[in-house]
Design a protein around this ligand. Structure first.
Ligand code: IMP
Length: 424
């Protein structure tokens, strides 16, 4: 049974949690494949709203095994806190499986990110300050500590001493901070180890076996295509690979295991943190999208920047992820805007680009070229089929599909499952 990849096509916050919820009944495994607790999804557990940052939202469904794959960076303190919160609400976490190859976020990663972002001043990236970048940097530098190291105290201590020697020099000599003590870190992490051990397994093998047994597997990305380390708006990106290819590398599966790549696309665009955003609207329309769409970060509470739909970016996301379809979210938010703009291409340096420009400087000065179409006044939240939508809203969806060059398979008009319109 082939696997499905779910990927954000913008700068994150496209509503991926809603899609997971929508398909949950048919899934056996939901796998988080990159990032760490920089992500956040708000999920409805019974009548309670929960904020999850690290644990896949599949955890809410007792029939689903939730997997944290190799390419994720784990802050064990946060992970255990999330597990405790879920358990306290009566949601079991025994079906959470964690790869022993996943890297650990260490206290010095948090400390270093705080000082480096401050040091960058007006050039700061606006990260979530969860230690994500420093943890991935150590992974690439091969001085990271992994989940499996937690279960070999001698090796853990050795690796920690090597890393800490350098980190403390940087913290004290470069940034004038106090050094961190190894003993306290070892004590905390050995306590985490005891609790995490029953959850740790060879997740690549687990997924391979599951697919062979005909199980349904969904690989769920965090962040989005434009935050991808290679394919995003570098350096204003996260330090992992949200694109579909990243899912396979992280989960330890080959490309033939996947036959469906769903791109989650919001009917407008948002971005948190610094970096270029050609279709940003800082006027009343953008303000309205932010208010109606409740565009505040789940992790940091920051107000998200809002802007018009960017079809050039959708075309790009369709290409780099190999999207087979798009799940369009939050169409209801656009109700009440008389004329709706859609970016079809950019102009920069006197040239026209109908795709993501190949050079960062071009994207920074890209001027969006817009098509303007009729909006709709009606509230869409009660629609239950595509035909229930007003004509202008249907035309808008059709235009996005045409410009993006990818079929729209579902449209969401509200947070609940029933507010999902499936297209033929
Ligand atoms: P980091 O992932 O904390 O290193 O932050 C790098 C960039 O990615 C910043 O612009 C963050 O605001 C952005 N970012 C990280 N996670 C998310 C997310 O889940 N949604 C939207 N933006 C995110």
């Amino acid at each position: 049974m082939p696997a499905t990849i779910l990927v954000g096509t913008q700068w994150g916050d496209e509503g991926k949690g809603k899609v997971t919820d929508f398909v949950a009944d048919h899934m056996d495994f939901v796998v988080r494949y990159q990032g760490g607790n920089n992500a956040g999804h708000t999920v409805l557990a019974g009548d309670q709203l929960l904020k999850l940052h690290l644990i896949p939202s599949g955890i809410l469904y007792p029939h689903i095994t939730s997997v944290i794959a190799d390419g994720v960076v784990i802050d064990p303190r946060i992970l255990l806190e999330e597990m405790d919160t879920l358990n306290a609400r009566g949601i079991g976490t025994s079906r959470l499986v964690i790869s022993g190859n996943a890297h650990l976020i260490m206290p010095y990663h948090l400390e270093l990110e705080k000082v480096t972002e401050r040091y960058l001043g007006k050039h700061a990236l606006g990260t979530t300050k969860r230690g994500i970048g420093p943890a991935y940097a150590d992974r690439a530098a091969r001085i990271g500590l992994r989940v499996q190291d937690l279960f070999d105290p001698k090796i853990f201590r050795q690796k920690l001493d090597v890393a800490l020697k350098e980190k403390n020099l940087i913290l004290t000599k470069v940034y004038g901070r106090l050094p961190l003590e190894a003993d306290g870190i070892v004590e905390d992490y050995m306590e985490y180890a005891g609790r995490l051990e029953p959850h740790v397994a060879d997740t690549s093998k687990l997924l391979w076996d599951a697919l062979r047994a005909g199980k349904q597997v969904m690989l769920e990305g965090a962040q989005g295509t434009l935050l991808d380390l290679d394919h995003g708006t570098y350096p204003f990106v996260t330090s992992s690979s949200p694109v579909a290819g990243g899912a396979l590398a992280s989960a330890g599966l080959g490309p033939h295991e996947v036959d469906r790549v769903i791109g989650v696309t919001k009917a407008y665009v948002t971005r948190v943190g610094a970096g270029p955003f050609p279709t940003e609207d800082t006027g009343p329309d953008g303000e309205r999208m932010g208010e109606r769409g409740q565009e505040f970060g789940t992790t940091t509470g920051r107000k998200r920047r809002c802007g018009w739909f960017d079809a050039a970016l959708l075309r790009y996301a369709a290409r780099v992820n190999g999207l087979t379809e798009v799940f369009l979210t939050k169409l209801d938010v656009l109700s009440g805007i008389p004329r709706v703009k859609v970016c079809t291409s950019y102009r920069a340096d006197g040239r026209s680009f109908d795709d993501f420009p190949p050079h960062q400087s071009l994207f920074h000065k890209a001027e969006p070229q817009y098509d303007e179409v009729d909006g709709w006044a009606e509230d869409l939240s009660a629609a239950r089929s595509f035909d229930d939508l007003p004509k202008a809203a249907r035309a808008y969806v059709e235009l996005l599909a045409e410009l993006g060059g990818v079929k729209v398979s579902a449209v969401s008009v509200g947070p609940s499952r029933e507010q999902t319109l499936v297209l033929a």
